[in-house]
Structure formats: structure tokens, C-alpha cells
Design a protein around this ligand. Structure first.
Ligand code: HEM
Ligand SMILES: [Cu+2]
Length: 552
């Protein structure tokens, strides 16, 4: 028997969909729910709203950069616009996104549990997230308007600007708590609520990705929280932590900031890697190649990721020793990452591949993330980074990494699990078209930035020399295709909720536990608690069933 924890209010029983509105239902049943599935969907609603705002801001930035000179955003406003775009995309969308949305929904199902270990804490984390989000947006219209420092809030400028940096960084501080709560919840859930028979090395790889991520969230987030509080104290009380004029050290700020912010890249990327590791075996009907290597490399990336933060500071004024050590360590991150990519490709090799939408996103992810990783190595190399630092190349690189390596992975997961979540299928033709538009638009938007940066165009500028015009125009046109693709994808998914054709329990013939319950799952996930006696990607049964059906 699997444990039975206190999530059930008893009244609903375990039959029927979790979406069935209980007595007194409506909005209240969502806002007071402790069901991990509904909380995941509440995160989705909030985060995609912010994502749309972030997309609009990115779109406006690209419109302004269509041609040299001022189009419609003044140089001063431009600083706030790209800061707001960065803050929304990083703190409100992509860092918390996959764990909060898909982690919440899928993790307990994949473990064979009836909820996360601490369901009330889970709901609390959503409210803390919303509080932080409202604070961030409130800083738009209070004080001197939204921060104009860039999402990194570098000192000493962040200490002196008249814009409302204090409220924006306090918002990030509050959002951090939400992250920590989710991380603690997932770690406890993974340790305590795995189905009988599911040892750590029988856990699906998405769970491994979430596990590695959760540890980073719990360990690294307090560092940024405290750093940002120091910024507020310096702004309000004049204590000299970071401003040299008050005896502080601006380089110290950068160290503290990146000790958190480099590892946090893996908070975004590791769960995405987990999603890819679910999709590839499902659509090649083959157990994943190198399961243990992939699982352990997630933990290795999480550990090595703590040792490389200095690569953001090669031009900031560090000792030569620090610079070459950080440069060398940075190359080591490529090793566990490479291990994964080779194992994924080996999984596809000789599989019986079925090309469906989730697989398209997964392959797109491998392509974009590889460009992100390889362009990152160029920056990890000391000499080239001196040239590339603070250019449009960096903007190209981190969109390939965070947008390509995290958001595209999230889209892959959404298309993979959407039928499970709603019991409905999206329109696959529209989804494929949206995927193609996103892939074309993405590369047209961001690849020119790499070239622009190499040839000398700085980042965070509202204007540029005429010689940079052609590639900027190409990039802006690309952004129209990209945004159109994103909107098509979102509309297609949302429409499926009501209008999609009914989805079977296991539409892809996948093997992990979430596919063994109904679509959508019942309130407590499983009619009978599952037990496990094989690894997560054992296709013998599925292949046998298929052969029987086909009469082979
Ligand atoms: C998941 C998606 C995305 C993430 C995580 C993301 C993140 C970021 C971040 C962190 C910055 C740096 C801001 C700063 O320097 O302080 C940035 C800048 C930028 N973003 Fe995005 N972004 C995303 C999507 C988009 C989209 C859809 C567009 C265009 C349609 C876009 C266009 C830009 C541009 C042009 C800049 C450069 C601003 C400049 O340096 O002058 N981004 N983005
Ligand atoms: Cu880094």
C-alpha cells in the first residue's frame, strides 16, 4: 500500500477527474486547492500571462532596433524596457517555470504518489509567488518607475539610480522564497513518496532533473536573497557594502550575484533536460541509452555549476589566477552536458521513431541548446570573452540557452503531457506549424545577434551605427515570425482544453507511471496505488501489445 497523506478532503473520493468541480466550486475551488495538479495549472495561468507581457516587451525592443536612430522608445525608457523584459522572463517565467508548472503536475504522478509531500506549503508557494509578482509590477508605477539597471542590478549604479530598484529587488527576494518552498517540497516528495519498488535508479529522468534542480533552488537562492537585501539596505540606510564611495566593493556584488545566477541557469535547464529524456524514449520505442549516466550527470552539472560563476566577470577586474581557473572550470561543465547529448542521440539511433509534435520540440531543443552551449564555450575562453563581453553576441547566446534550452523544453513537455492534463488532444497540424514558425523565427531573431556581437555591436543600446542595420532588420523580422509562432502555439493549446478531441490514457505508448492512470487523472491520481518492478523505460509490454493489436 502506498502512503495516504492528508491532501484528500475526503469529500471528493478518488474517482472522476480532478477537474470535476466540487460543491461550492468555481474560482474558490482553485484558489483554495491543495491538489498538486490544480496548483500546477494555477502557476501555468499566472506564468503564461507574464510570459505574454515579456514577449510583448521583447517584440517592442526588436521594433525599436529595426532601424538605427530613435523609433518610438527614448534611450532612457529603453533601459527600463529591457530590464523589465529580463526581470519578467527570468524571475517570473523561466526560472520557476518548469518546476512550478510541469514539476507540480507530473512529479507526484511519475512517482506513483497521490500528491506532493507538503500540499499546503505548495499552495503557500503559489501565493508567495503571486505576492512577488505583484510587487515587481507595482514597482513599475511607484518610486521613479521601473528599474533601469538591467536584470542584474549591478552596483554601484543600482545604488544610485532614481528608479525604483528597491521594490524590484524586494520582489525578487520574495519570489526566491517561493522557489525555496517548491524545492524543499520536491526533495521531500522524492525521498518519501516514491511508489513501492521504485528505487532512486528506477525513477524517471524528469524526476532526476527536478531533484537536481531542487537542491540548487534550496542552496543557491538564499545567496541572491541576502545580496538583494544588502542592496536595499545600502539604498535606504546608506550602509557601504558595494559602493566604493562609501567604502564598499562593487566587485563583491558581482561575485554574490553570480554565485546564485550561474547555478540558476541549471534550475532552468536541468528539468528541461529531464523532459527531453522522457520524450526521446517514448517516441523511439526504445529504453533510454545510458540511464544512469544521464541521471548522475544531472547531479554532476548541479555540482560543477557552483564552481564557474567567475566566467561572468572576466572583464570586471579579477586576478589572473582567478580568471584562468574559472575559465578552465567552465569547460568542465561541457563534459556532463556532452554525456547527455550523446546518450540522447544514441537513444534515437536504431529506434523506431515516430515523429509527433513533442518529438519535434525535443529535437528542436537539442539543436538550439547545442548552439547555446557551444557559443557559451567561446565566452568561457578567456581571450575571446574579452572581445565578446557586453556585445549582442551575449544576448544571442543566452537566448539560445534560456529560451532555447529551457522554454522550448517546457513547450516540449506541455505538448507531451497536455493530453494527460486535460484528457484532450490539441490540433497536431496547427501545433506542427507553430513549431516550424518558432524554429525559423527563433534562429532568424537570435543568430544575427551572434554575428552583430562579433562585429562589434554592444548590447543594451537603443541605437546603433548604420553598418549594423541589415542584420538588425533581419533579426526584427525574425521576431515577428517567432512571436506569431508563439501565439499560435499558445492559442492552439488553450483551444484544446475545451474543443480538443478526447485523448486516451496513454496516447504515445509511453511507459512511466503517469500514463497508467486516466486522462485527466482522478483527484488522488491513481484508483489503485501503483507498484514498480522494472526501470522506467521498459517497452517490452507496450511493444507486445502493439504486435497483438496489429495481428503480427
Ligand atoms: C523565454 C524567453 C525569453 C527569455 C528568458 C529572455 C530573457 C532576456 C534577458 C534576461 C535579457 C537581458 C536583459 C538585460 O540585459 O537586462 C533579454 C534581452 C533581450 N530580449 Fe529576451 N528573453 C526571452 C524572449 C524574448 C523574445 C520573444 C524576444 C523578441 C521577440 C526577445 C528579445 C530580446 C532582445 C532584443 C533583448 C536585448 C535588449 C538589449 O540588450 O538591448 N526576448 N532577454
Ligand atoms: Cu554562468
Amino acid at each position: 500500500m502506498v502512503h495516504s497523506n492528508a491532501t484528500a478532503t475526503g469529500a471528493y473520493g478518488t474517482t472522476g477527474s480532478y477537474l470535476d468541480t466540487p460543491a461550492g466550486g468555481g474560482l474558490k475551488s482553485w484558489l483554495t486547492t491543495v491538489d498538486h495538479k490544480k496548483i500546477g495549472l494555477m502557476y501555468a495561468a499566472a506564468m503564461f500571462t507574464f510570459f505574454l507581457v515579456g514577449i510583448s516587451l521583447g517584440f517592442l525592443i526588436r521594433l525599436e532596433l529595426l532601424q538605427p536612430g530613435t523609433q518610438f522608445i527614448s534611450a532612457r525608457t529603453y533601459n527600463s524596457v529591457f530590464t523589465l523584459h529580463g526581470v519578467i522572463m527570468i524571475f517570473l517565467f523561466i526560472v520557476p517555470g518548469i518546476p512550478a508548472i510541469l514539476g507540480n503536475f507530473i512529479l507526484p504522478l511519475q512517482l506513483g504518489a497521490d500528491d506532493v509531500a507538503m500540499p499546503r506549503l505548495n499552495l503557500a508557494s503559489w501565493y508567495v509567488y503571486m505576492t512577488g509578482a505583484v510587487m515587481a509590477l507595482a514597482s513599475l508605477v511607484t518610486g521613479g518607475g521601473f528599474a533601469d539597471t538591467g536584470w542584474t542590478f549591478y552596483a554601484p549604479y543600482s545604488l544610485n539610480t532614481n528608479t525604483n530598484v528597491s521594490l524590484a529587488v524586494l520582489a525578487a527576494f520574495v519570489l526566491g522564497f517561493s522557489s525555496i518552498m517548491t524545492g524543499m517540497n520536491f526533495i521531500t516528495t522524492i525521498h518519501r513518496l516514491r511508489a513501492p519498488g521504485m528505487g532512486f535508479f528506477r525513477m524517471p529522468l524528469f524526476c532526476w532533473g527536478l531533484y537536481a534542480t531542487s537542491w540548487i533552488q534550496v542552496i543557491a537562492t538564499p545567496v541572491i536573497g541576502i545580496t538583494l537585501v544588502l542592496v536595499v539596505m545600502e539604498r535606504t540606510l546608506g550602509i557601504g557594502f558595494f559602493d566604493p564611495a562609501r567604502g564598499g566593493d562593487p566587485i563583491l556584488y558581482q561575485h554574490l550575484f553570480w554565485i546564485y545566477s550561474h547555478p540558476v541557469v541549471y534550475v532552468m535547464v536541468l528539468p528541461a533536460m529531464g523532459i527531453i529524456s522522457e520524450i526521446l524514449p517514448a517516441f523511439s520505442r526504445r529504453t533510454i541509452f545510458g540511464y544512469k549516466a544521464i541521471a548522475i550527470s544531472s547531479m554532476a552539472i548541479a555540482v560543477v555549476g557552483y564552481l564557474v560563476w567567475g566566467h561572468h566577470m572576466f572583464t570586471a577586474g579579477m586576478s589572473d589566477t582567478a580568471r584562468w581557473v574559472f575559465s578552465l572550470l567552465t569547460f568542465f561543465v561541457a563534459v556532463p552536458t556532452g554525456v547527455k547529448v550523446f546518450n540522447w542521440i544514441a537513444t534515437l539511433y536504431r529506434g523506431s521513431i515516430e515523429i509527433r509534435v513533442p518529438l519535434l520540440y525535443a529535437v528542436g531543443w537539442i539543436f538550439l541548446f547545442s548552439i547555446g552551449g557551444l557559443t557559451g564555450l567561446a565566452q568561457g575562453a578567456l581571450a575571446t570573452d574579452i572581445h565578446l563581453h557586453d556585445t549582442a553576441y551575449i544576448v544571442g547566446h543566452f537566448h539560445y540557452t534560456m529560451f532555447g534550452g529551457a522554454a522550448i523544453g517546457m513547450f516540449a513537455g506541455l505538448h507531451f503531457w497536455w493530453p494527460k492534463i486535460w484528457g484532450r488532444m490539441y490540433n497536431e497540424k496547427v501545433a506542427t506549424t507553430a513549431w516550424a514558425m518558432i524554429m525559423v523565427g527563433f534562429n532568424l531573431t537570435y543568430f544575427p545577434m551572434l554575428i552583430l556581437g562579433i562585429t562589434g555591436m554592444p548590447r543594451r543600446y537603443q541605437d546603433y551605427l548604420p553598418q549594423f542595420n541589415d542584420l538588425n532588420m533581419l533579426s526584427s523580422i525574425g521576431s515577428w515570425i517567432l512571436v506569431a509562432g508563439l501565439l499560435t502555439m499558445i492559442i492552439n493549446l488553450v483551444r484544446a482544453i475545451r474543443n480538443g478531441s478526447p485523448a486516451p490514457d496513454n496516447p504515445w505508448g509511453a511507459t512511466t507511471l503517469e500514463w497508467q492512470t486516466t486522462s485527466p487523472p482522478p483527484l488522488l491520481n491513481f484508483a489503485t496505488p501503483p507498484t514498480v518492478d522494472t526501470g522506467p523505460y521498459d517497452f517490452t509490454e507496450i511493444l507486445k501489445q502493439n504486435n497483438v493489436e496489429e495481428g503480427v
